[in-house]
Write a protein that binds this ligand. Structure first.
Ligand SMILES: NC(=O)C1=CN([C@@H]2O[C@H](COP(=O)(O)OP(=O)(O)OC[C@H]3O[C@@H](n4cnc5c(N)ncnc54)[C@H](OP(=O)(O)O)[C@@H]3O)[C@@H](O)[C@H]2O)C=CC1
Ligand SMILES: O=C1O[C@H](COP(=O)(O)O)[C@@H](O)[C@H](O)[C@H]1O
Length: 487
C-alpha cells in the first residue's frame, strides 16, 4: 500500500520550532514516521525560531520533547538519536529580512538540488506573509517547495483573505497546504470508505432514509494555557468553522469522481456552498452559544471560563448549531453541529439517525442509528431492531452491532503523522483549499456577526456537563435528541 512506502528525501524547515506544536506534535510525528520506515535516513529537519539556541541546546529540547510525548513502547533510544542526527536548528526571525537567512540558505545548499522542501509555519498566521516574502527574496523557495499553514486561517473572511493573498503572492495554490488535523484522523478519513465502499450504506445515504445527522466534538479540557488565543477565537472559530465543517462535508458530499485531491475537494466545496446561511433573525432559533461556569470534571473542581480568563468576555466555549445542506440529497434533513470545552467527556462522533418506519407487521419501529466514533474508542456501531428472544409474541428490542476500528499493536497514529508526509508526497487531498476556507468563513460569519450584535443570548453550563439545556430545543423541534439523551 502506498501509505507505508518511504517518501522521497526531504528538507523540513519548521518556523516556530521552539513552540508547543513543534515539540508536542511535529517532531514526535516525524520520529514515528521514521520508526515506521517511511522517512529516508537522509531526510533533514531544520528548526528555526528567534530564540538564540546552539545546536546542542535545541537537540536537548527536542530529545526531552520526544521523551515526554512518545509512548514508552515506541521510544527506542538508538532510533531517537538517529532521528536527532537529522535535526538542526537555525536562530532566525522569519519575519525579519535582516535575520540569519544566510545560515538557513547555507544549510539547505548542502542538500541535493531539486530536493523537496517543506516549510512548516508553526507560528501565528499573521507572520505567514512576512516569512514567505523573505523565503522568496532569499531565493529559498523552489518548484519543489511546499508551505504548510497551520490553523486558524484568520478569524474572519477578511483576515483569511489577507493571509491567503499574502502567501499567494509568493506561491501558487498548488504549493500551499492548509492543515486541518481532523482530516488527518483515520476515523474521519474512514467516513468516505464507510459511505462509498459499502453499497448497503451508500444506497440509504439520503433524506429518503436519514432523519437527521449530529456531529459532536466535545472536550473535557478547558482553555488550558491558551486563554489569550482562545478568547479571540471562541468555539465556533476554533472547532466548527474548520474541523467540524470538514467532517460535515465528508458526511454530506456527493461521491467524488475519484480520490484525486481536487475531485474530493470540489465535492466538499459544493457542500460548503450549499450550507444554508443563518440569517440574523434566525440565529437565536438556530444556534446556542454558552460559556462554562465552575463545576467538576472527573470529580475535580474546576473554575469557570471567566475565572480562568480573569476578565469579562463574550467568547463562547460551547456552540451548537442547526444547519441545512440545500442539495436534493439532504432536503429537510437537519445537521446538528456542536463543540464544547469542559464537557462531561471527550468525544468526537457522528450520529446518523435513520427514519422511523411504520411497518405493517410491527407498527411503528424505531429508526436505525449509525454512530461513527471518531475518538476515543474508535469504531462504528449500528443499532438494529430484533425480536426479544424470551417473549413468545413478537416484541422488539434494540441491539448494537459494534465494530471497533483498531490499529494492531498500538494507539491510532497521531493525525499529524499522515499530514506531514502527505505534504512531502505532494498530495493535498487532506489539506484545505482556499475556496473551502472562504466558503466556510462566509457561512460562519453569518452567525458570528449576529452573535456580535447580541442576537442570541450567551447561556452558561456547568463545567463537566454536556452543555446548556437550551441546545436540546434545536433537536426537539424535529423530534431529535442529542446522542447522550438517546441511550
Ligand atoms: N499548540 C497546538 O496544539 C496547536 C497550535 N496551532 C497553531 O500552530 C501555531 C503555533 O502554535 P504553538 O506552537 O502552540 O505556539 P507557541 O506560542 O508555543 O510557539 C510559537 C512559535 O513561534 C515562534 N515565533 C513567535 N514569534 C515569532 C516571530 N516573530 N518570528 C519567528 N518565529 C516566531 C516562537 O519562537 P520564538 O519566540 O523563539 O521565535 C515559537 O517557536 C499557531 O498558529 C497555532 O494557532 C494549531 C493547532 C493546535
Ligand atoms: O484545533 C484544535 O483542536 C483541538 C482538539 O483536537 P482533538 O484532535 O484533540 O479533537 C482543540 O483542543 C483546540 O482548541 C483546537 O484549536
Amino acid at each position: 500500500m502506498e501509505s507505508v512506502q518511504q517518501v522521497e528525501p526531504f528538507d523540513y524547515i519548521i518556523f516556530g520550532a521552539t513552540g508547543d506544536l513543534t515539540m508536542r506534535k511535529l517532531l514526535p510525528a516525524l520520529y514515528n514516521k521514521l520508526r515506521l520506515g517511511q522517512v529516508p535516513a537522509d531526510a533533514r529537519i531544520i528548526g528555526t525560531a528567534r530564540t538564540a539556541l546552539d545546536h546542542d541546546a535545541y537537540i536537548t529540547r527536542a530529545r526531552e520533547a520526544l521523551q515526554h510525548f512518545i509512548p514508552a513502547k515506541f521510544f527506542f533510544p538508538e532510533l531517537v538519536e538517529q532521528f536527532l542526527k537529522m535535526v538542526s536548528y537555525v536562530t532566525l526571525d522569519g519575519t525579519n529580512a535582516e535575520s540569519n537567512w544566510d545560515e538557513l540558505a547555507s544549510e539547505l545548499s548542502t542538500s541535493p538540488s531539486g530536493r523537496i522542501r517543506v516549510f512548516y509555519f508553526a507560528t501565528a498566521p499573521q507572520l505567514y506573509e512576512a516569512i514567505c516574502s523573505n523565503l522568496h527574496a532569499k531565493g529559498i523557495l523552489t518548484e519543489q517547495s511546499r508551505v504548510v499553514l497551520e490553523k486558524p486561517i484568520g478569524t474572519s473572511l477578511e483576515t483569511a483573505n489577507a493571509i491567503n493573498e499574502g502567501v499567494g503572492k509568493f506561491l501558487p495554490e498548488k504549493q500551499i497546504y492548509r492543515i486541518d488535523h481532523y482530516l488527518g484522523k483515520e476515523t474521519v478519513q474512514n467516513v468516505l470508505a464507510l459511505r462509498f465502499a459499502n453499497p448497503l450504506l451508500n444506497a440509504i445515504w439520503s433524506a429518503e432514509h436519514i432523519k437527521s445527522v449530529q456531529i459532536t466534538a466535545a472536550e473535557v479540557v478547558g482553555v488550558e494555557g491558551r486563554a489569550s488565543y482562545y478568547d479571540t477565537s471562541g468555539a465556533l472559530r476554533d472547532m466548527i468553522q474548520n474541523h467540524l465543517l470538514q467532517v460535515l462535508c465528508l458526511v454530506a458530499m456527493e461521491q467524488p469522481e475519484s480520490l484525486e485531491a481536487d475531485c474530493v475537494r470540489n465535492a466538499k466545496l459544493a457542500v460548503l456552498q450549499a450550507l444554508r446561511p443563518i440569517k440574523e433573525d434566525q440565529v437565536a432559533n438556530e444556534t446556542v452559544r454558552a460559556q462554562y461556569i465552575k463545576g467538576a470534571v472527573d470529580d475535580h473542581a474546576v473554575p469557570g471560563y471567566l475565572e480562568e480568563l480573569g476578565q469579562e468576555s463574550n467568547t463562547e466555549t460551547y456552540a451548537a448549531i442547526r444547519t441545512w445542506v440545500d442539495t436534493p440529497r439532504w432536503k429537510d434533513v437537519p445537521f446538528y453541529i456542536r463543540t464544547a470545552k469542559r464537557s462531561k467527556r471527550k468525544v468526537s462522533e457522528i450520529v446518523i439517525q435513520f427514519r422511523e418506519t411504520a411497518q405493517p407487521l410491527f407498527g411503528s419501529v424505531p429508526g436505525n442509528r449509525l454512530v461513527i466514533r471518531v475518538q476515543p474508542n474508535e469504531g462504528v456501531e449500528l443499532n438494529l431492531n430484533v425480536k426479544n428472544p424470551i417473549l413468545d409474541e413478537y416484541t422488539l428490542e434494540t441491539v448494537k452491532l459494534d465494530a471497533p476500528i483498531k490499529v494492531e499493536g498500538g494507539p491510532f497514529p497521531d493525525s499529524y503523522e499522515r499530514l506531514l508526509l502527505d505534504a512531502v508526497r505532494g498530495n493535498p487531498i487532506l489539506f484545505i483549499r482556499r475556496d473551502e476556507v472562504d466558503a466556510a468563513w462566509i457561512w460562519a460569519e453569518s452567525i458570528l456577526n449576529a452573535w456580535a450584535d447580541k442576537k442570541a443570548p450567551m447561556h452558561t453550563y456547568t463545567a463537566g456537563s454536556y452543555g446548556p439545556d437550551a441546545s436540546k430545543a434545536l433537536l426537539a423541534e424535529h423530534g431529535d435528541r442529542w446522542h447522550e439523551d438517546m441511550v
